[in-house]
Design a protein around this ligand. Structure first.
Ligand SMILES: [Zn+2]
Ligand SMILES: [Zn+2]
Length: 247
């Protein structure tokens, strides 16, 4: 009985590894598909790659792609001034670092704003199925439960959501607050955060060249998102937009 409550140590380690990997896969799909692909149109994915990444987003994050792209475009439009949906300079550093999800949801609930900033983004039956329900996250947690049982599985599923939310909050909070700058805009680069977010932590570079599908500027800046795009290009599964103009 005690063993059942405390779990097997090795099982917990496997669950922790799974949590980390799921949050990483969700973050990779966020940067390649949601951010560089959908919001900035700097990379065009083959329908098969796009579909896989959409499914990854729905399952591991529960995000509605059109809403995410709209909120993010508005962030660039007003970066760190009044109107920015999640600026540490407007709302406070800890508010964004800890409550980014609240600010995101508040903005995404504004249907007129979403429409205004996502006119070019299509909406199909799959979007209707996943965007307006919690089907994706429910399927995700049920998969965890099937592998690890109800207690550890539920904890791990929500742990993955939590880690993903923390990493994304760190882009909007920490990467607009602390870190080094290659360019004079309000965003910052954080090397370690970039390592953990498939390149998203190179946020100062990104705000300087939002149309570029590559976020790294120095040889020592690690951009796993760009490496993934490069691999997809080699496999003829992605095209970099001509206007991206790699800096
Ligand atoms: Zn930003
Ligand atoms: Zn952006």
């Amino acid at each position: 009985m005690l063993n059942w409550i405390l779990f097997d140590g090795r099982e917990v380690l496997w669950a922790l590894l799974g949590v980390f990997l799921c949050a990483q896969v969700g973050t990779l799909a966020t940067t390649v598909y949601l951010h560089r692909g959908l919001a900035h149109r700097s990379v065009e994915l083959h329908p098969m790659a796009r579909w896989l990444m959409r499914l990854t987003i729905w399952l591991t994050t529960g995000i509605a792609p059109r809403e995410w792209a709209a909120v993010h475009r508005k962030h660039h439009r007003f970066a760190d001034t009044e109107g920015d949906p999640h600026s540490p300079y407007v709302h406070g550093f800890w508010q964004i670092q800890l409550l980014n999800l609240h600010y995101y949801r508040r903005e995404a609930a504004d249907a007129a704003m979403v429409k205004r900033y996502s006119r070019d983004i299509g909406y199909d039956a799959w979007d209707r199925l996943f965007d307006k329900t919690t089907l994706g996250p429910i399927l995700f947690v049920l998969t965890w439960i099937a592998v690890f049982g109800p207690l550890l599985g539920t904890a791990a599923g929500f742990g993955s959501f939590g880690l993903y939310i923390f990493l994304n909050a760190s882009i909007n909070g920490a990467a607009h607050w602390i870190g080094y700058q290659n360019f004079s805009n309000t965003a910052r680069n954080l090397w370690l955060l970039a390592l953990l977010t498939a390149g998203e932590g190179l946020h100062n570079n990104h705000h300087e060249y939002p149309g570029s599908s590559r976020f790294s500027q120095k040889w020592w800046e690690i951009d796993l998102g760009w490496w993934t795009i490069s691999l997809l290009r080699a496999l003829k599964l992605a095209r970099v937009a001509p206007s991206a103009g790699l800096a």
